[in-house]
Write a protein that binds this ligand. Sequence first.
Ligand SMILES: Nc1ncnc2c1ncn2[C@@H]1O[C@H](COP(=O)(O)OP(=O)(O)OP(=O)(O)O)[C@@H](O)[C@H]1O
Ligand SMILES: [Mg+2]
Length: 147
Amino acid sequence: MEVGPVPNLASSFQPRSDLRGQVDAVRAAGGPGALTPVLCGGSGVGKTQLAAAFAVTAPAEGADLVVWATATDLQRAITQYAQAAVRSRLPGASGDDDEADARILLDWLATTTRRWLVILDDVTAPADLAGWRPAVRARAGSWQRPG
Ligand SMILES: Nc1ncnc2c1ncn2[C@@H]1O[C@H](COP(=O)(O)OP(=O)(O)OP(=O)(O)O)[C@@H](O)[C@H]1O
Ligand SMILES: [Mg+2]
């Protein structure tokens, strides 16, 4: 399932497979940071497009849940996490309380054996997201590219 407004790929989209390969290498290397690669760069260099390409191909690569959260501010990210919790019918997600539903999503992400990809696009103040970043308590649940 895909939740959130995954941007369309540009009509002349270039896969940039070298760059994508670098992200895959970080993920495959394991260790701290492998679960949450960060794409940094100036405005318009293609961060969102590269992330969208990951989002588009993730289901075919085994991700059961793809969440695209625009994270310009924490409230927006929380709203989108909450939507993901409700649309995924996670136990306890009511649709009445975004923060509570967002916590339910994060708990599920942390413990599930399903595969998922969460993209936080447009993070401007990373510190604001403290305590609201997806994490895993059991590595088995994280999404890894097969092979
Ligand atoms: N891989 C690509 N192939 C073709 N066009 C691209 C690619 N990446 C970026 N572009 C073009 O550049 C534009 C800006 O890219 P994108 O939105 O990904 O940048 P960004 O790094 O996320 O910028 P910002 O920091 O402003 O969010 C896209 O709308 C698209 O037209
Ligand atoms: Mg962007």
